[in-house]
Write a protein that binds this ligand. Structure first.
Ligand code: AMP
Length: 272
């Protein structure tokens, strides 16, 4: 596996791949099986898989966990090697851009509402990575569904020559969505964190029955949260364009964010 730490060596390497199909998997490291499922999809579709590892300061707000974010670099490198990743791009920094990609109105809800400017930071760095690596394909997880849709919109609006592929959300056996931030949780907080997936499951099962209204389905979700003593930052049902759903229809999902201990966790589930 080739390890690239700076833009010049990345560009040199990218130019050697010009006849090959390249897939990029952008990450912030602290890799887990969820990330590796993206790598597996990339490997099926492309000749070369490059994983970027960059903890993007632009997407963290004041008082968020930028400094505390786990950085187990040696482990991340060996995980990538064991999954036959071709190259890792691990830059120290990517400059301090004054030119910012402004996320469109799909960023006005959910995480975009509680983390102001977060998605502008994400899109700015993703667009820098896409320009540097010039991949044919880039893979993102449905774990961050709002981010995935905003990246799709950006690449479409800005005519970026890349195909965006999505990877399904991967969970632990107990249902907890895999996340680098699960490391912040104590054992008892891990149990409490099951509130997120359990409330989504309760909503999913009600949504399978005909004639249940959105408000009845949401109430079932909130009732589960109450049994875990968890207050959601948001719990909403939206369609795939992130408009509030008025009834259960194809493509609609339940979205949740909640603070458990020191961790802000997110999850989502298709309802139909
Ligand atoms: P992160 O390192 O958290 O920025 O995540 C990098 C990529 O991995 C993003 O596209 C995430 O959506 C994706 N990802 C993170 N956790 C999961 C998961 N549990 N299942 C699927 N994809 C995930």
């Amino acid at each position: 596996m080739i390890l690239l730490h700076d833009i010049i060596s990345l560009r040199t390497q990218v130019s050697k791949w010009h006849k090959l199909l390249v897939a990029l998997v952008p990450t912030m490291g602290c890799l887990h099986e969820g990330h590796m499922s993206l790598v597996d999809i990339a490997k099926q579709k492309a000749d070369i898989v490059i994983v970027s590892l960059f903890i993007n300061p632009l997407q963290f707000g004041a008082g968020e966990d930028y400094a505390a974010y786990p950085r187990p670099l040696a482990t991340d490198i060996s995980i990538c090697k064991s999954h036959n990743v071709d190259a890792m791009f691990v830059p120290e920094e990517l400059g301090q851009p004054q030119t910012i990609v402004k996320a469109g109105k799909m960023a006005d809800c959910l995480c975009g509402q509680s983390r102001l400017g977060h998605f502008d930071g994400v899109l700015t760095i993703v667009s820098i990575l896409l320009h540097l690596v010039q991949p044919d394909i880039a893979v993102f997880g449905e774990k961050d569904f709002q981010q995935l849709q905003l990246i799709r919109k950006m690449t479409h609006d800005l005519h970026m020559p890349v195909q965006i592929l999505e990877a399904p959300l991967l969970r632990d056996n107990d249902g907890l969505a895999l996340s680098s931030r699960n490391r912040y949780l104590s054992d008892s907080e891990k149990k409490q964190a099951l509130a997120l997936s359990q409330s989504l499951l309760a909503m999913h099962s009600l949504a399978q029955q005909k004639n249940n209204s959105i408000s009845a389905i949401l109430s079932a979700g909130f009732a589960v949260l109450a049994t875990y003593n968890v207050r959601a930052q948001y719990l909403e049902i939206r369609d795939e364009n992130l408009q509030l759903a008025e009834h259960i229809q194809d493509g609609c999902r339940a979205f949740i964010a909640a603070n458990i201990g020191g961790a802000r966790l997110i999850d989502n589930m298709p309802l139909k």
